[in-house]
Ligand binder design. Structure first.
Ligand SMILES: Nc1ncnc2c1ncn2[C@@H]1O[C@H](COP(=O)(O)OP(=O)(O)O)[C@@H](O)[C@H]1O
Ligand SMILES: [Mg+2]
Length: 370
């Protein structure tokens, strides 16, 4: 009777959430397919946690519907939704053993004792911490405690796993390790997951789909490569990666390539799939990582196209890469991040800069992008 494959595991339909006069979430539609990992990405205060809390049943939508496996759950209490949750402050029970922490959801669901033991041991193995069941949380490191929180969330075999900035309390190296851990575990279990973060690297590296949000509104939705390479508007281009922006207009159309003149004076050739017309006001977006920086007298990597001359104003060495601020002949300062050469360019040095037409993107200034 029931066609399981036809409904997404989680759906939001026209969901609004208002707190007094604050609109936390506006007109939100989401389809999260079974077994996938969707990330809600956006700055603090954009409504990410509120969405998770509504899926969990900790908040009720002011308007709209939430469906889990095709069934409307607006009025289903939290304990009747089979969800695993992990939050930033892992919140293990400090006076319970690891076993009792992991077993918590099973006890609550009246799972028989023998089953419980098997399930807890299996969950501890999955997070690669077998044998710690008799310890107390304080005897584990922060990273280990977060893995226990993960074990506690998956032990109940949830329909959906909800994670709210689970890595933000960890230091950089541990964060990278946990990111891979969560990614692998999610794929192995095939559990539908909604992951919340304000960190673009987390979002880009783990997600099947990313939903970029601002002020409660969805800005763009797509795979990591799609939102990174084809940002839908200025906000997305600015939030993901380091972007250079040039306001200007289309001055020519030449076999699939668009010639644009930036207000600051330079002209660029852009490969863009859009339907552009001469005279259209545009914003040109160039990622800092897409600019190549080379010696002024060196052969430019892309021939003569989009070739600029500039002087290094500032640079910071970051190991594998160098971040440069380069003043162009027009006076505009651009940001370029290039692979570190044996001898990175120094402040005051004259350099050639180039960007390939395929590495530029255009946003229309006439249909609402800021
Ligand atoms: N319980 C609440 N009462 C009033 N305002 C709230 C409440 N929860 C969240 N908000 C407001 O809703 C907006 C979205 O918050 P939140 O979902 O926590 O954002 P995020 O998780 O993206 O940082 C913010 O403006 C926040 O202040
Ligand atoms: Mg939050």
């Amino acid at each position: 009777m029931e066609n399981i494959t036809s409904s997404p595991a989680v759906q939001l339909r026209g969901v609004f959430k208002r707190f007094d006069n604050v609109v936390a979430v506006e007109k939100m539609d989401l389809d999260i397919s079974e077994g996938s990992l969707m990330t809600l990405l956006g700055p603090s205060g954009c409504g990410k946690t509120t969405i998770l809390r509504m899926i969990a049943g900790l908040e009720t939508p002011t308007e709209g519907d939430i469906l889990i496996k095709g069934k409307r759950v607006n009025d289903t209490p939290i304990h009747k939704r089979n969800l695993g949750m992990i939050f930033q402050n892992y919140a293990l029970f400090p006076h319970k053993t690891i076993f009792d922490n992991v077993a918590f959801g099973l006890k609550y669901r009246h799972v028989p004792k023998s089953d419980m033991k098997n399930k807890v041991f299996k969950a501890l193995e999955m997070v690669r911490l077998p044998g710690v069941e008799n310890r107390m949380p304080s005897q584990l490191s922060g990273g280990q405690q977060q893995r226990i929180a993960l074990a506690r969330a998956i032990v109940i075999e949830p329909d959906v796993l909800l994670m709210d900035e689970p890595l933000s309390a960890l230091d950089e190296n541990l964060r990278e390790e946990m990111r891979r851990e969560i990614d692998n575990l999610q794929r192995m279990l095939g559990v539908t997951t909604v992951f919340v973060t304000h960190d673009q690297r987390e979002a880009l590296s783990m997600s099947d789909k990313i939903v970029v949000m601002k002020d409660g509104l969805k800005q763009q939705e797509g795979g990591p490569e799609e939102v990174y390479n084809y940002p839908a508007n200025h906000f997305v281009a600015d939030f993901l990666g380091h972007s250079n922006f040039f306001n200007g207009e289309v001055v020519g159309l030449e076999n699939k390539q668009v010639r644009v003149k930036a207000n600051e004076g330079n002209e660029f050739i852009v490969e863009s799939p859009g339907n552009w017309t001469v005279g259209a006001r545009i914003e040109l977006v160039i990622r800092a990582q897409k600019f190549k920086v080379f010696y002024k007298n060196q052969q430019p990597p892309e021939g003569s196209v989009n070739l600029l001359i500039g002087r290094i104003k500032d640079r910071s060495y970051m190991g594998g890469e160098v971040s440069y601020f380069v003043e162009l002949e027009t006076g505009t300062v651009i940001h370029a991040i290039d692979m570190a050469k044996l001898k990175p360019f120094r402040r005051g040095e004259d350099v050639g800069i180039q960007v390939a037409p395929r590495d530029c993107s255009l946003l229309s200034k006439t249909n609402g992008s800021a």
